[in-house]
Design a protein around this ligand. Sequence first.
Ligand SMILES: *Cc1c(COP(=O)(O)O)cnc(C)c1O
Length: 854
Amino acid sequence: MDFSKLLHKFTVVPSLSDELAPLQRIAYNLWWSWDPDAIALFKRLDIDLWNATRHNPVEMLGILQQTTLESLKQDEGFMAHLQMVDEKLTAYMSEKSWFQKEYNGDAELKTAYFSMEFGLHESLAVYSGGLGILAGDHLKSASDLGLPLVGVGLLYRQGYFRQYLNNEGWQQEIYPENDFYNLPLILERDQLGRPFEVELEFGPRHFKAHIWRVQVGRVPLYLLDTNLEENNPEDRLITSQLYGGNQEMRMLQEILLGIGGVRALRALRIIPNVCHMNEGHAAFLALERIRLVMEKRKISFNEAREVTRAGNIFTTHTPVEAGIDHFPTEMLDKYFTKYIRSFNLSRDEFLGLGRQNPADQYESFCMAVLALKLAGHANGVSQLHGEVSRSMWKNLWPELPEEQLPLSSITNGVHTRTWMSGQMGSLLVRYLGTRWLDDPTDHNVWRRIGKIPDAEIWRTRQSTRERLVDFARCRLKEQLKKVGATAKEIATADEVLDPEVLTIGFARRFATYKRGTLLMRDLDRLDRILNNTDRPVQIIFAGKAHPHDTEGKELIRQIVQVSHQERFRHRIVFIEDYDMEVARHLVQGVDVWLNTPRRPMEASGTSGMKVAFNAGLNLSILDGWWCEGYQGNNGWAIGKGEVYADLEYQNQVESGALYDLLEKEVVPLYYQRGGDGIPRDWVSMMKASMQSLCPVFSTDRMVEEYAQLSYIPSYRQWTRLEANDLGLAKELAAWKKRVFGGWNQVGIEATEAKLSDSVAVGSSLPVSVTVRLGGLKPDEVAVEGYFGVLDNQGVIRGGEIVPLAVTETLESGRYRFAGELECRFCGRYGFMVRVMPRHTELGLIYEPGYLIWG
Ligand SMILES: *Cc1c(COP(=O)(O)O)cnc(C)c1O
């Protein structure tokens, strides 16, 4: 008998009287997670329950007895606290924002941010690591800045796995269920109270999804869920695990995220004009946007592509192609054959959208390529990663010099209030006022850090380190209990670590390129550093390996085994189950944050930024964000950013450099104390680090840059193309067809420049070019000189573009263009000329195959 068919289901909710109702309201807005007063309020409710629920106020309210809740009303102190937090939330939700002040005229901007994972809080386990934390911090800053933005993602039944280690240090994975009814989730319903449904039919799969909302300050995050009774069992599994399952499952998840996500917003009557794809996972959204515009406006694929592309933004996060989803063409055939019928594209045209070389039948379908082809703006996540990305994807724009590829960079950041300790926050308020909260990008405010007395900032450092040591010991005890240690063994956990000792943290995903064991190549040398009697050092590790990554698990095992050696037992600790809570304690408590990626594999990295906001110092390879952050006096660089061909040799050199730095610089500086016990030079470095890094590496700065460089320009371009019944988009599509059609008649016939062997600096070089345009008019092309200083490989670096103007009409569709190149610097110069299409209203139009160099 199938009892599930007989089951009547219902939800029990806590019943709060009017006076206590604000508790519920606050618990259901994740704003509380970055407001210290709100956190204190929930802690005050019941500290044990707070810890037992993984800091989940919604669950707490469900568990607390009705009588306990009612008795709170008699507690005047509590009620005053509640009222204060409630008013603070109300004020936050309605305060005039940065966006209103800066972009009042662009009030119609509606941005949707799509991501496979969101790391908002440890109690909401729908994230795995860096990508998700970044997405979470993006939403929080968007809320703080008042940006009109909604998030779109998936609601996983199990989320990412929780990690524990067996006796040997081998990673074990458990997948606890997320209980949606005890999380800050609201099922979105229509006016009749029925849950909104998103329907997807792809290949053999036909399923529905519900939409849940998480409120993140002013920003709603919509999460899709296919675990519905009316779905087939295999479809219910689509939102079962984050990054679980095979390639087929991944494709279904990406269909749900991109296409289902756009449909979910429509169901909610949210029509975004700008869609941001956080990594290629979400790129299918571009297809759905095209489909919808085609259907509604009865226009062609190319016309729809012009307008929607203007409103799509793509951020890439990986410096290696293997890190990006590629799907075999058979899988696209299986799922998309019916879907693309309405596009009027041939199979090859469709598959070409995901191929670097559309004509290559054997190339698989790459989500990043799809995103790059259908997005108007694309960026990497640090300056170095921008460069690496341009080099990675240069085949998509074969005629452009690498430095000119339309793939820029916006460096990541972190959400200040989420990651800074309460103690540090109060210290800053005392000496800086509150401007650093309202405008964390203002360098002048952070300069005032210099005024904080050394003793005070050092005391804060001491106190957060103590908290970290406490936390690590507690976790270690729990870990020991779990593997059946004796009471005596468990008691020894109180002896590990020392709250006074220089504390190094290393926590991140255990991918091999992050080289978690670089510090362990010479254990005797490490022993001498950690166990020096006068100047000891301790290290706390944490991090998960992907369940299928045996090599990563092996690294964890090695670290744990080393930490079990008698000589390291008190000095090295591995904390299990790295999550946002562990991360918070680590970044707030460590003195030094160690990062040893193999350059340039770390696209950005953000954990070191979190440390900077807490007056910790970075000790890192010059990779990702640290290339921009490091200034010589605000932390340490391991090496000088060299890239080696021989990995083993590189590991050897860089671990040597790391030991040297520790022995000669880091440890002596920390233990060089004044009469008052304060390490003056260390404290100056802490201050220099905060002054230089805090104003730059926040998500406030990052989201402002996205707004200024991507969202607003995209929105404006989209508006222009869309206006007058898509007038310009249609015109552009027709114009391209005509200009590209006539392009084979375009050519550069002759270039003349008065070249002598040497030209005096400051003088100009006249250039003239004869161009054949066939049927095109001279204002339909741009003729340009590209010139600059040559590097030692004879390539122009940092070249300059000089537009040449038409000066003469010659017979049979030929024209002369001329201009002057200004030689402002000395050196060996080179120049070239090129012709590309130019639209009178929209400017230069680059498309592969339609640019000619002379
Ligand atoms: C910040 C954070 C990350 C990202 O760290 P990286 O520096 O990018 O390696 C990963 N996991 C958690 C839990 C974090 O808090």
